[in-house]
Design a protein. Structure first.
Lengths: 107, 246
C-alpha cells in the first residue's frame, strides 16, 4: 500500500521539530487573525477614513491599443493554444483508452 | 473524472483508465491554482501601488491586465505528467515550452509591482536603487503582508521554472521540492496576500479602523517565517533527496 511506504527516513527525523514549531506558530497567528477581524467588526469604534474612488479610465489607458484591453482576442488565443496543446493527446487517449482497469473501491 | 468514475461506480462500464483520469485531472487541477492567484495579482496591480502612494505603471498595467485575462493559458498541465507513459514526448515538450512562456508575463508582473512603488519613492526620501524599499509604508500591515508575499512569490516562481523544465523536473519529481514550491506560491504568497487584502477590505466595509496592530504584524511575520525559514529550506533539502512527506 502506497500510504504505508517509509517516506520519512531516519535522517530526516531531526527536521520534524521545525515542522512542529512552524505549524504551531501558524496556528496561533491564524487564531489572532480571525480574532482581529472579529474585533474589527464588533468592537472597533474609531471611524475608518473613506477610501478614494478608483478612476474609471485614465489618460494612459486611452493610449494603449484596444487589443490589450479587450478580452476576446485573448480568449480566442487561449482556445487555439488549448486545441493545439491538448487536442491530439486527449483525442488519442479517449479514442484508445480500454477503460478496463478494475479500480479500487475505497468505500 | 465524473464521466469515468460515476458510470463505473454505477456498473455501466467495466473499469477506468488511470492515464486518461490523470490527464483530465491535471487539465483541471493545474488551472485551479490560478483561481487563487488571480485575485492576488489584481491586488498587487491595483491596491498595493495606491497604498504605497504611487500609481501603477500605465502601459505595463494593461499588459498585466491582459495577462490576467488570458490566464486560462495556464492550462499546461502535462508538465505534471512528464514521467507518465502513454503520452507522446513531443506533446510533453510542447507543454514544457508553453509553461516557460508563462514566465515572460510573470516577469512583467514582477517588474510592474516593484517599479510602481519604486517610481514614487524618491520623491518621498528613498534614494538610490534600493533605498526606496525602506521607505515603503511598512506601518501598514496590509502593505507589509502583500510585499512579503511578493518577495516569497519570486522564489516560488523561479522554482517553478525547475518544475517546468523537461529534464530538471525528473530530478525534483516526487521530492519535497514540489511541496516547497506550492507552499511558497499558494500556501504563503497567496494566503499572505489574502490576509493583507482583508486588513484593508474589512475595515473599509465596516467603516471602522482595524483592531490590534501587533497581531497583524505577528500574522505577517509568521507567514514570512513559514515561507522563508521552512519552505525555502524545504526546496534545498529536496536537492539532497528528501522525498515528499506523508
Amino acid at each position: 500500500m502506497i500510504s504505508a511506504a517509509p517516506y520519512i527516513q531516519p535522517e530526516w527525523q531531526a527536521l520534524r521539530p521545525l515542522v512542529g514549531i512552524g505549524g504551531s506558530t501558524l496556528f496561533v497567528s491564524a487564531l489572532l487573525y480571525f480574532l482581529n477581524m472579529l474585533l474589527t467588526c464588533v468592537a472597533s469604534h474609531a471611524q475608518h477614513p473613506r477610501p478614494q474612488r478608483l478612476r474609471k479610465r485614465s489618460r494612459a489607458l486611452r493610449r494603449v491599443g484596444p487589443c490589450l484591453i479587450a478580452g476576446r482576442p485573448w480568449l480566442i488565443l487561449t482556445a487555439v493554444l488549448l486545441l493545439l496543446a491538448y487536442g491530439h493527446p486527449l483525442f488519442h487517449l479517449v479514442s484508445n483508452t480500454p477503460l478496463n482497469v478494475a479500480g479500487m473501491r475505497v468505500w | 473524472m465524473l464521466l469515468m468514475l460515476i458510470p463505473w461506480s454505477l456498473g455501466w462500464q467495466r473499469g477506468t483508465d488511470p492515464l486518461l483520469a490523470r490527464t483530465l485531472f491535471w487539465f483541471t487541477g493545474h488551472p485551479i491554482v490560478y483561481f487563487w492567484l488571480l485575485p492576488t495579482y489584481v491586488s498587487w496591480y491595483t491596491l498595493v501601488p495606491r497604498q504605497a502612494g504611487a500609481n501603477c505603471l500605465a502601459t505595463l498595467w494593461h499588459v498585466g491586465r491582459s495577462f490576467s485575462s488570458c490566464s486560462c493559458l495556464h492550462r499546461w498541465g502535462l508538465h505534471h505528467q512528464f514521467t507518465d507513459p502513454g503520452i507522446g514526448q513531443g506533446w510533453k515538450l510542447t507543454h514544457a515550452f508553453l509553461t516557460f512562456a508563462v514566465f515572460f508575463p510573470s516577469l512583467l508582473t514582477f517588474f510592474n509591482v516593484v517599479a510602481s512603488p519604486g517610481k514614487r519613492r524618491p520623491a518621498r526620501g528613498g534614494r538610490g536603487l534600493l533605498a526606496w524599499f525602506a521607505k515603503l509604508p511598512w506601518s501598514d500591515p496590509s502593505v507589509t503582508a502583500q510585499v512579503l508575499a511578493m518577495l516569497l512569490f519570486a522564489f516560488g516562481g523561479i522554482g517553478g521554472l525547475v518544475n517546468a523544465s523537461y529534464s530538471l523536473n525528473l530530478v525534483v519529481h516526487n521530492t519535497a521540492y514540489i511541496v516547497g514550491h506550492f507552499h511558497l506560491t499558494v500556501g504563503t504568497a497567496v494566503t499572505l496576500s489574502f490576509m493583507g487584502i482583508t486588513y484593508w477590505f474589512v475595515p473599509v466595509l465596516r467603516g471602522r479602523v482595524s483592531g490590534v496592530r501587533v497581531w497583524r504584524w505577528f500574522r505577517a511575520g509568521s507567514g514570512l517565517w513559514h515561507g522563508g525559514c521552512f519552505r525555502l529550506p524545504c526546496m534545498t533539502w529536496a536537492s539532497w533527496g528528501m522525498p515528499r512527506a506523508r
